[in-house]
Design a protein around this ligand. Structure first.
Ligand code: MG
Length: 373
């Protein structure tokens, strides 16, 4: 993607003097309020469970690192790739997927809630820091990359941005890359965090042929390796394996097609930035292990249940009595939405874990969820 093939911004702006328009978008994400709040939002482990776990912010930075490395190797637009990676999780509710499930339930009659669409909503409307427009006025390409899923009704309401979901086409190569870099990042850092939390164990991970293979080769090379460094070495070797395959497989596909314009990529039905079929199968197997052993672990599910109650109670409380929303906290809300449910969903989704807990405690005068949500 280049400046020549870029579709531009909704509101025309003078070109930046020392940066490309893609760098400008990346910088607008980094300076946004939603980006700062990622620091106190759950990835898998709730923020107060420990300082050593990934947060939504550190996950985002790891995604951006992987995405940028691959972008450079594939000669893609690094700044656009980084923008999409840094923005991809902006719309997550407090407590990660548990918060999303709760908000989606609360918003059923009003179109539902999905963090990906919320990320787009943040950059298009909710960030309110410019005099000439609402939102961050990002390039079409940045917004296209942020939106990953969308149903037909929603797609129709999004105009050009929604077109690909109706036509079942692909987004830019940079968007495809940011998406897969997200999966590589969480697959690996969740093994590390899961082990640290004592929810995953080495015996269990050795059931994965892939993990066992890299574990064996690392132990052969370093027979006396302490367990901590050994685990990091295995995870690092696995990441390198997936990233190398991603680069080589994508290079091979690009060499066959030789796209001359981003619209040629956009008209394809399958992504070009992808693993080889064998490595994709190994990637999916790793995802399955994490889903059954970590994301569905009793302790994680128990916390998720409590978190859902907190989010649901906050939503219902604000929905039926919006006076509970402190006036100073509504500055980033969209007054033109004309829909109280959307206003409340935007407000609750924008909360960090700890703010959601303190609001819940303030309103319900109980801290029954504070130690466990
Ligand atoms: Mg992510």
């Amino acid at each position: 993607m280049s400046e020549e093939t870029c579709r531009g911004r909704e509101h025309v702006e003078a070109a930046p003097t020392f940066r490309s328009p893609f760098q400008r978008d990346r910088d607008r994400i980094v300076h946004s309020s939603a980006f700062r709040r990622l620091e106190y939002k759950t990835q898998v482990f709730v923020n107060h469970e420990g300082d050593m776990f990934r947060t939504r912010l550190t996950h985002t930075l790891e995604v951006a690192q992987i995405a940028r490395t691959v972008a450079r190797a594939l000669n893609l637009n690094e700044d656009l790739t980084e923008t999409i990676a840094l923005a991809h999780d902006l719309g997550h509710a407090p407590f990660g997927h548990a918060g999303q499930t709760a908000l989606n339930k609360c918003m059923q009659k009003f179109g539902g809630f999905e963090h990906n669409r919320q990320s787009l909503r943040i950059v298009q409307y909710l960030e309110d820091r410019y005099l000439a427009f609402r939102g961050l006025n990002l390039l079409f390409e940045s917004r296209e990359g942020i939106l990953k899923h969308c149903n037909a009704d929603q797609a129709r309401s999004l105009g050009a941005l929604g077109h690909r979901f109706i036509a079942r086409h692909q987004p830019s190569l940079e968007a495809q890359l940011a998406n897969i870099a997200d999966e590589i990042a969480y697959n690996h850092h969740d093994i590390d965090d899961g082990m640290r939390a004592n929810l995953l164990h080495i015996r269990l991970m050795l059931d994965s042929p892939l993990f066992a293979r890299f574990h064996k080769s690392t132990v052969q090379k370093w027979p006396q390796a302490p367990s901590k460094q050994l685990l990091h070495s295995v995870i690092r070797a696995m990441m390198n394996y997936f990233i190398t395959d991603l680069i080589q497989s994508t290079q091979a596909r690009l060499a066959q097609i030789v796209p001359r314009h981003p619209d040629e990529i956009r008209s394809l039905e399958e992504p070009l930035v992808d693993f080889s079929p064998q490595v994709r199968a190994e990637h999916l197997q790793l995802k399955r292990i994490l889903r059954t052993q970590l994301y569905h672990h009793d302790r994680v599910l128990e916390n998720a249940d409590r978190a859902q109650i907190v989010v649901e109670e906050l939503f219902n409380n604000f929905f039926f009595d919006p006076n509970f929303i402190e006036p100073a906290d509504t500055s980033d809300l969209d007054p033109s939405s004309g829909c109280r449910a959307q206003l409340v969903a935007d407000y609750v989704a924008g909360m960090t874990d700890r703010f959601a807990l303190s609001e819940h405690k303030r309103i319900f005068r109980t801290d029954k969820h504070a130690n466990s949500a």
